[in-house]
Design a protein around this ligand. Structure first.
Ligand code: SAH
Length: 243
């Protein structure tokens, strides 16, 4: 099944962009996902083809018009989830990425200027997603990030099927650190345990590193991880559902 991505944007020329190369590019060529970028401006109705107007109540910048964006959305709508990129949205998680990747695809709504007329979100079923607590100039980079995260999970896209499972966030923890040859570099050796060939010891070391790094670097993730463990001492399953 093809994962169908439709992107509503004022800059359709930004797609597939960086998703046309490497892993995602190959997957696109192989038909594992499709990419259709639609110009929101094509849904404008006045002679200036305007998509934005000044903010009600005053203030800086321009706001994307609900009527124009809704017309673009209605023309694209086909039952796939609709996700708007906005810093006001829920932070994107690996769990959400995984659930999107397992579905038929996604319609992405990219903002510009000061963002969307809020009535859009009252009038249509639109999930609002943020890619982090910083402000981009447009939703396109967010859409590319979301799609990249989904595409690498599609069947047949990643080389080793196991390499999705261990990674950061999949277990609620950051991943353990990696090393490769040369065995010594600038006087620094690869940790001895990784050269021991003792798989049990290696697994234990990696688990401990993942836990320590998560605790120190991401106390927010650690707290959630520990919370899930306390609530359900028996359950890897409960922890998984909590991701
Ligand atoms: N005035 C808005 C920011 C608008 S930035 C505010 O302060 O909330 C313009 C567009 O960039 C947004 O409509 C959104 O589509 C996109 N964007 C900016 N930051 C983003 C983020 N962290 N995550 C997702 N999209 C973002």
């Amino acid at each position: 099944m093809t994962f169908a991505a439709t992107i509503l944007t004022l800059y359709p020329e930004m797609f597939p962009g960086p998703l046309g190369v490497s892993l995602a590019g190959r997957a696109l060529a192989e038909g594992r996902w499709s990419c259709e970028a639609v110009n929101i401006r094509d849904s404008a109705t006045d002679k200036h083809r305007s998509v934005d107007d000044t903010p009600a109540g005053g203030g800086a910048g321009m706001v994307l018009r609900a009527d124009v964006v809704a017309a673009a959305l209605d023309a694209a709508a086909d039952g796939r989830p609709v996700v708007a990129l906005t810093p006001r949205g829920a932070p994107l998680t690996q769990a959400r990425v995984r659930s999107l990747a397992s579905g038929p695809g996604v319609t992405l709504l990219c903002g510009r200027f000061e963002g969307f007329d809020e009535r859009l979100f009252d009038a249509r079923a639109i999930e609002q997603v943020s890619i982090g607590d910083y402000v981009l100039s447009g939703g396109e980079m967010g859409a590319l990030a979301l799609l990249d995260a989904c595409i690498r999970l599609l069947p047949g896209v990643m080389g080793a099927t196991s390499s999705g499972v261990d990674e950061s966030f999949e277990t609620g923890l950051l991943e353990y650190p990696h090393y490769t040859r040369p065995a010594e570099w600038e006087g620094r050796a690869i940790p001895e345990v990784l050269r021991s060939g003792d798989h049990a010891r290696i697994a234990a070391w990696r688990k401990q590193q993942a836990e320590t790094d998560t605790r120190l670097r991401r106390p927010d993730l650690w707290e959630r991880h520990e919370g899930a463990r306390v609530q359900s001492p028996s359950g890897a399953q409960a922890k998984k559902d909590d991701r």
